[in-house]
Design a protein around this ligand. Structure first.
Ligand code: DX5
Ligand code: ZN
Length: 227
């Protein structure tokens, strides 16, 4: 049975009460905290930096999954590694030297991942698979929460899953496959069936009154897939 992970994105949390929001969503069953870093340069929006990550670290008993939507990436990788991130992912278009940026993450002892936009082809993964712990497929264009899931992503998830399975067979190493954008209780099972194992959900969870109920419903829908 696939160990599915649910990663609430605090992009949709109440920023006036971030520590409490993180604690509440962990109590509600979050497996990871997804931390969306936007710079108004790589994406047309601005969120939070490494100081906020460091401030939240003591409130966070699960891994922090930092999604860097910044350009350039290397300095931010160093700052977030220092701030207590556990997983650091970035967009290959935002790094002049993707291998160097991945090595920076690995050398800091963190898990590394690449994020592919809806129009980014999966072949960018092929030559760096040994450096990857996670692949993050965007199912919306990055920059904003609350967008609609792009249906073509399902086929891309299937193709990425096949590539990663082939790599696991050769190497014995597992690489997580995360999907981000527009994931709700009513489509999470489809996304899992296509081959994803880690699910970012921002507005679906933080937009609800009862975070635990949404996470529970997501898990119930996921359980039907692996049954
Ligand atoms: C978009 C972010 C997502 C976003 C997901 O650039 O990377 O993590 O918060 O939000 P929802 O789940 O609302 O689509
Ligand atoms: Zn994200």
């Amino acid at each position: 049975m696939t160990p599915y992970r649910i990663a609430p994105s605090i992009l949709s949390a109440d920023f006036t009460r971030l520590g409490e929001e993180v604690r509440n969503v962990i109590t509600a069953g979050a497996d990871l905290i997804h931390f969306d870093v936007m710079d108004n340069h790589y994406v047309p929006n601005l969120t939070f930096g490494a100081m906020i990550c460091a401030a939240l670290r003591p409130h966070t008993s699960v891994p922090i999954d930092v999604h860097l939507m910044v350009e350039p990436v290397d300095e931010m990788i160093k700052q977030f590694a220092q701030a207590g991130a556990d997983i650091i992912t970035f967009h290959p278009e935002a790094s002049r030297h993707v291998h160097r940026s991945l090595s920076l993450i690995k050398d800091a002892g963190k898990q590394a991942g690449l994020v592919l936009n809806p129009a980014t082809p999966i072949h960018v993964l092929e030559d760096v698979l040994p450096y990857l712990d996670m692949v993050l497929l965007m199912s919306v264009n990055p920059g904003f929460g609350g967008q609609t899931f792009i249906p073509n992503t399902l086929d891309k998830i299937r193709r990425t899953r096949a590539l990663l399975d082939e790599y696991t067979q050769q190497s014995g190493r597992h690489i997580a496959l995360e999907v981000d954008g527009g994931i709700k209780t009513n489509n999470i099972a489809e996304v899992a069936a296509a081959g994803a194992d880690t699910f970012v959900a921002g507005s679906a969870i933080f937009g609800a009154d009862d975070y635990g109920r949404v996470i529970k419903e997501m898990r119930a829908n996921l359980a039907q897939i692996s049954a």
